[in-house]
Design a protein around this ligand. Structure first.
Ligand code: AMP
Ligand code: MG
Length: 352
């Protein structure tokens, strides 16, 4: 969907020149957007106030960046991540691929801050549950003993050692899966790239997770947060200048077995899908932090999310619990407009 503001030529004299001027005036204050598939989801790039040529250039750059990053960071097909995992499993060190630099150390830091609720070292558990594939037909939960065996190996980002440009692990059970983080880092890098080529007002939205910079003309960007318990939008927020909004939800990847839903966000302490939350939205200046934090707070659940949010330095959080109540920080409550009638019961965390 590409929209153009209409332009009325004011004079009919000097037709050629005027037409050219009118065209360039028309080409300025417009919204352009494009969509493509990357990171297993639909990515939408929306640009405001750039001319068509710059917008097309930006779309090509975004598409190429996302494809490159996805191919480099995916955990289930050959990539820099699977090569690192193979070395770790074999007890070898491997040269740290430059493309992994934006992931490894930042993920170690965020994992530590989250009390390891965000733990990209649990790839073996994710694989055991079968969430590396989109084919869930006939899927059933793994047997307890296999889950327990993996949990007892305590795979942690702390086990990774970076020395002289080489990566190794003191624990061979570590298997990296950046599914909870790569999209955030990727969206952040793509936006930086587009900014460098001259786009100042844009949204990069990867399946509802986004970073927005600048504004939509005179007004800020307004974005919707999906309702985890029904179709449609639950709430909306206005974006200030440069912010990222990331949501983790139990509706994204799941299967049902004997009437119970088994979703893809795994509590590393139990090895089972985390309980208590249906979605967590985090707004933060840094998209990688927002992505990792949404996953961590989902695992923390309605009773513990605020202490993890505090440890991770987050000010803007909304968690929807399984009863549909909205647990929020004060700053998030202030800027959130609920789009459902009646709005959900709201529990504002006093300490936030
Ligand atoms: P997100 O939608 O950002 O919450 O990411 C979920 C994805 O991250 C899953 O599909 C898994 O690949 C991976 N994952 C699941 N549980 C965790 C966890 N506790 N820590 C880190 N990554 C996880
Ligand atoms: Mg995440």
């Amino acid at each position: 969907m590409t929209s153009r503001r209409l332009c009325e030529p004011k004079l009919r004299v000097c037709a050629f020149l005027i037409a050219l001027l009118a065209l360039s005036a028309c080409e300025r204050p417009q919204v352009y957007d494009t969509q493509f598939l990357a990171f297993g989801t639909l990515v939408e790039v929306t640009v405001y106030g750039a001319d068509r040529q710059l917008a097309e250039h930006a779309f090509d750059a975004a598409r190429a960046d996302f494809q490159f990053l996805h191919r480099s960071w995916r955990a289930w097909k050959p990539s820099a991540v699977t090569r690192a995992n193979a070395a770790i499993a074999a007890g070898r060190s491997i040269e740290l691929a430059p493309v992994l630099e934006p992931l490894i150390e930042p993920a170690q830091r965020l994992s530590r801050l989250s009390g390891e609720l965000f733990n990209p070292a649990i790839g073996k558990l994710i694989e055991l549950w079968g969430f590396h594939s989109d084919d869930y037909a006939g899927r059933r939960p793994p047997v307890n003993a296999r889950i327990d065996a993996l949990v007892s190996q305590h795979s942690s980002m702390r086990d990774l050692v970076l020395e002289d440009g080489r990566l190794s692990s003191s624990n061979r059970s570590v298997q990296l899966d950046f599914g909870a983080f790569a999209k955030g880092v990727g969206v952040g890098r793509v936006v930086e790239h587009l900014r460098r080529i001259g786009v100042d007002n844009l949204i990069v939205n990867a399946g509802g997770d986004l970073r927005a910079i600048g504004a939509h003309g005179e007004r800020p960007w307004r974005i919707g947060i999906r309702n985890p318990l029904a179709e449609g939008v639950l709430a909306s927020v206005e974006i200030n200048a440069d912010e990222s909004v990331f949501t983790s939800g139990n509706y994204e990847r799941y299967f049902e077995f004997r009437g119970r839903r088994y979703h893809h966000i795994i509590d590393p302490r139990t090895g089972y899908p985390a309980r208590g939350a249906t979605s967590v939205t985090v707004i933060h200046a840094d998209p990688g932090t927002a992505d990792a934090a949404a996953t961590a707070l989902f695992v923390a659940g309605p009773r513990h999310w605020h202490s993890v949010a505090h440890a991770m330095g987050l000010g803007q959080v909304m968690l929807i619990d399984t009863q549909g109540r909205a647990h929020m920080t004060a700053a998030m409550a202030e800027r959130t407009r609920f789009e459902v009638d009646p709005p959900p019961p709201i529990i504002v965390n006093k300490g936030s």
